[in-house]
Ligand binder design. Structure first.
Ligand code: NAI
Length: 299
């Protein structure tokens, strides 16, 4: 039985079949989490190659975890048996919960919603893992806006405890209660947040990252700033964090937030960096360089 959310009276719906759209940085982490907790999970991306990479990376994560916990190969096989991938929208029919983790652009997310909603049941929920975009805006083009909300995981999804549950203008209490319960069932710490640009965490975080970029544009070396930030007590410096997030995603989030809150000064460094192929860890190169997923120096 699903756990109930404090302050949300509606009975959560049962979630057994989950579809994750987008097999990138976040889609992989989210799909692995749900499969780990016993749900049947399908990942959909546009190319089979990305789907295969996503499944291979999730498997490698399960294998590392099994080795640490002295589990057998069967433990990995059991989780992987619940997880599969596809490029076809029709394969998502029958999902109880669809989580989209495609690029941070509202027209792309609207397109995904328009394609999938007719394939889903009346009860199925569609949620976005958006970092900063408006859930209410997405609801405007929906057939069943009450079934739409935000479930914002942080990177890496398998490790970070917080999940923002976003209440759009038309999100029903039952949808919110279900999302809250689903996050609790994953062992996460959910908080319900209002549908404002960047919600809670990214509104704070992007102001910090923008300021770091401005400092570098004023002539300070980014690497020394990154090193100083860790000695100041942060788990990682702003530029290492940008590499983890992905420079394209960070630039899109920055554009949403600077548009909404009119920063005193907006750095153009991220937009320029996002125009290159070196988009961070996922591309093997960003501010740092990576080989076999290990950092090997500055770019
Ligand atoms: P990513 O660039 O790593 O992956 C996006 C994936 O979506 C790609 O594999 C792409 O092929 C796929 N895709 C694009 N259009 C598609 C479509 N129509 N159907 C199926 N797949 C499609 O991006 P990432 O970092 O995973 O971000 C995804 C979402 O999660 C964004 O909205 C982002 O803001 C959000 N997010 C990102 C975080 C991060 O640290 N990177 C943290 C929390 C949320």
């Amino acid at each position: 039985r699903a756990k109930k959310a404090p302050g949300l009276d509606a009975e959560p719906l049962a979630i057994e079949r989950v579809a994750v759209i987008g097999g990138g940085v976040m889609g992989r982490g989210i799909a692995g989490l749900f499969a780990q907790r016993g749900m049947v999970v399908v990942i959909r991306d546009l190319q089979q190659e990305i789907v295969d990479q996503a499944l291979a990376q999730i498997r490698a994560g399960f294998e590392r975890q099994a080795a640490k916990r002295h589990q057998t190969a069967e433990a990995v096989a059991e989780k992987m048996a619940r997880l599969w991938g596809t490029t076809l929208a029709e394969d998502l029919t029958g999902s109880d919960l669809v989580i989209e983790a495609v690029v941070e652009k509202i027209p792309v997310k609207q397109k995904v919603l328009a394609e999938l909603e007719p394939l889903l049941s009346e009860k199925a929920l569609f949620v976005t893992n958006t970092s900063a975009l408006s859930v209410s805006e997405l609801q405007k083009s929906a057939q069943r806006p009450a079934n739409i909300g935000g479930l914002h995981f942080f990177n890496p999804a398998e490790k970070m405890p917080l999940v923002e549950v976003i209440r759009g203008a038309d999100t029903s209490e039952q949808t919110l209660a279900t999302l809250f319960a689903a996050a609790l069932n994953l062992g996460k710490t959910p908080i319900v947040v209002a549908d404002r640009p960047g919600f809670l965490v990214n509104r704070l975080l992007m102001a910090f990252l923008n300021e770091a970029c401005l400092i570098v544009e004023s002539g300070v070396d980014w690497l020394s700033l990154d090193v100083r930030a860790t000695s100041f007590g942060l788990p990682m410096g702003p530029f290492r964090l940008l590499d983890e997030v992905g420079l394209d995603i960070a630039a899109d989030v920055g554009a949403t937030l600077s548009g909404a809150f009119a920063y005193v000064e907006k750095s153009s460094l991220l937009e320029r960096a996002a125009g290159h192929r070196h988009l961070g860890r996922k591309a093997g190169r960003g501010f740092y360089r990576y080989q076999n997923d290990h950092e090997i120096g500055r770019n």
